[in-house]
Design a protein around this ligand. Sequence first.
Ligand code: PHE
Length: 449
Amino acid sequence: MKDEHRGHFGSKIGIILAAAGSAVGLGNIWRFPTEVGNNGGAAFILVYLAFVFLLAMPVMVCEFVVGRNTQMNTVDAFRRLAPKRPWYLVGLMGVLAGILILSFYCVVAGWTLFYGVDALVGKLPTENLEDYNASFVTDPWRPLVYVVLFLLFTHFIVSRGIDRGIERFSKLMMPLLFLIIIVLVGYSVSMPGAEKGLTFLLKPDFSKVTSKVVFSAMGQAFFSLSVGIGCLLTYASYYKKDVNLVRSAASVCMLDTMVAVLAGFIIFPAVFSVGMNPGAGPALVFVTLPQVFNSAFQGMPVLGYAFSLLFYLLLLLAALSSSISMHEIATAFIRERFNMRRRNAAIFVTCICVLLGTACSLSFGPWSGVTVGGMTIFGLFDFLTAKFMMPLGGIVMCLFVGWVMNRQTLRDELTNHGSLVVRIYGVLIFLIRYVAPLGVSIVFVNELL
Ligand code: PHE
């Protein structure tokens, strides 16, 4: 870019918080508890933990290496490292996947915004939450307002650039997010009867580990860590040369896992405390939880108000710090490829997402009959990205870094030209070359069958 600098993350803590912001999102607080609830609790969590560190973390390291080494968007990065060879297609797939994920993500984020506003003005109903939820999500217009609002927030942060937009937002919001989580966990575990929820989360029953549980855990690990579509590759292209890539990846994986598990500690003790069903699925956060708030704080409406408001605020912040990272994949690519200003590239991406997001939102209402292979538009986007593009991207990136990329370049990136001692170097390379591509191939094939 001649007229604009690409930008850099200014501080090491900013780097970790921005990448953790990308990883921590609806995937942790909405999808993870849903999966845990449907897949039997503690045993699922253990399998999930194994996959985070064996499969998803190696992909994250690969993305960091390619991004930081080339300092380019996800398409040009592969073009630079493997000129005239088709590896860059994985970058293009990532750009597309980022747009598609954002388009369905903003729908759930929009619901969160709606519930947050309701919680703020004290309008969340106390009964018939199922009908309340259904009448909102199937409405053709109301959810759209929130979808567009959410995309505008995302747009605003991304168009401010890396250090003044993404980094500043993450540095401000992530600590707030952690604080809210701690407060909510404190509330939740001290509710009467919370022990049953804790047992559900902590005592594994291995008879529950079926192949479905294993595969769900693997899919969840990919989605939750934002890996396989060049999202963290793009962030790493703004890293300075002294960043310790392996340690950063480990920190992000640990923070993300911590938030997911803590989200479990917010939701399940409360759910069990009021005797509700932990396997309510995607409705857990939008139907079950408001009911939990009601019954839990019947005699103390102020606490009920604070608890629900904090919860939806938490979900909204987490969604926003993830959505900016999806947006940035395409914005960085378009800006650099077509030599555009960041602001204009971002406008372009936002417009596409408003259009596609509208389609996803309508697929809960008037367009619910529009299906492809039995899936609504929302379902199709979710399937194409989480179940197809992310695993495929992960395999390709591991194969590229493990087998194609220059060995010395790889070593230089991981050790910062020999100035760092990476104790797990050998293990890491083994994971990148063999374990991750093979493991992910298994989930990939299974998901497609
Ligand atoms: N990791 C995010 C979450 O848990 C989702 C995400 C996917 C973000 C892909 C960026 C890219 O909600």
